[in-house]
Design a protein around this ligand. Structure first.
Ligand code: PGA
Length: 262
């Protein structure tokens, strides 16, 4: 079975409430249920509830950009998986490069978040990706392998709800040097890493999980490069930052995926 694409917009610390609502409304109106692509948006925490209402009758998935791995307690400033579900989230982005490199998260913490999100019923987008210096010194595969191995340590191939990990987990390969820089990995560069990740998942789990799991590419995805990236055999969607803040651009990226119908 071909993998259905998953295109998600990561709004990061952008939009206010009125423009966030407007953006979500435009995306909702332009992208109905479709066979080729799942669509998601991850607004800032404080707007999730309102955006959830905007998307309530639509197939667009609502996600959060981060969460903490405990249920409740003395964790000032943090948000739990249950809280995210309360406001309508279906997925959470874990291990984004800005969480790793600006906010100092390490693979062990990211692993605890992945485990908690999956066991509490949130789907996960697990982000991985190398720094420019790591790519230039030939360490890309090693870095990405370690991020996957530690990030998924102790995560079983079947989740507690009985669903396959491949239904609940998406991996997002986002080379750090391509995020927000306008510098995109070439389709070949991205495909090579995606293929390597899929092989690694086959070793860690089994061929079915590896074959079914969706691997998104992220890093300066735009209307002009989306089709070429999404056409690669192991690229199953996109995690879109900057271009997801403009409804027309995000919709054009979704349409590029629909046009491909893998
Ligand atoms: P970008 O961000 O599309 O602005 O490069 C991608 C991301 O950080 O997920």
């Amino acid at each position: 079975m071909p993998r259905k694409l998953f295109i998600a917009g990561n709004w990061k610390m952008n939009t206010g409430l009125p423009d966030g609502i407007e953006l979500a409304g435009k995306i909702r109106d332009a992208s109905g249920a479709n066979e080729a692509v799942d669509v998601g948006v991850a607004p800032p925490f404080v707007y999730l509830r309102e955006i959830s209402q905007v998307l309530s009758q639509s197939p667009i998935r609502l996600g959060a950009q981060n969460m903490y791995c405990e249920d409740n307690g003395a964790y000032t400033g943090e948000i739990s998986a249950e809280m995210l579900k309360d406001v309508g989230c279906r997925f959470v982005i874990v291990g984004h490069s800005e969480r790793r490199h600006v906010l100092g998260e390490n693979d062990e913490l990211i692993n605890r978040k992945v485990i908690k999100a999956l066991s509490d019923g949130l789907d996960v987008i697990l982000c991985i990706g190398e720094l420019l210096a790591q790519r230039e010194s030939g360490q890309t595969n090693e870095v990405v392998t370690e991020q996957i191995k530690i990030g998924l340590e102790g995560v079983p191939s079947v989740c507690a709800d009985g669903k396959s990990l491949s239904e609940r987990l998406t991996v997002a390969y986002e080379p750090v040097w391509a995020i927000g820089t306008g510098r995109t990995a070439t389709p070949d560069q991205a495909q090579q890493v995606h293929e390597m990740v899929r092989t690694l998942l086959a070793d860690m789990y089994n061929a079915t999980v590896a074959d079914e799991v969706r691997i998104q590419y992220g890093g300066s995805v735009k209307p002009g490069n989306a089709a070429e990236l999404l056409a690669q055999s192991d690229i199953d969607g996109a995690l879109v930052g900057g271009a997801s803040l403009k409804a027309e651009d995000f919709i054009a990226i979704i349409e590029a995926g629909v046009g491909l119908k893998k």
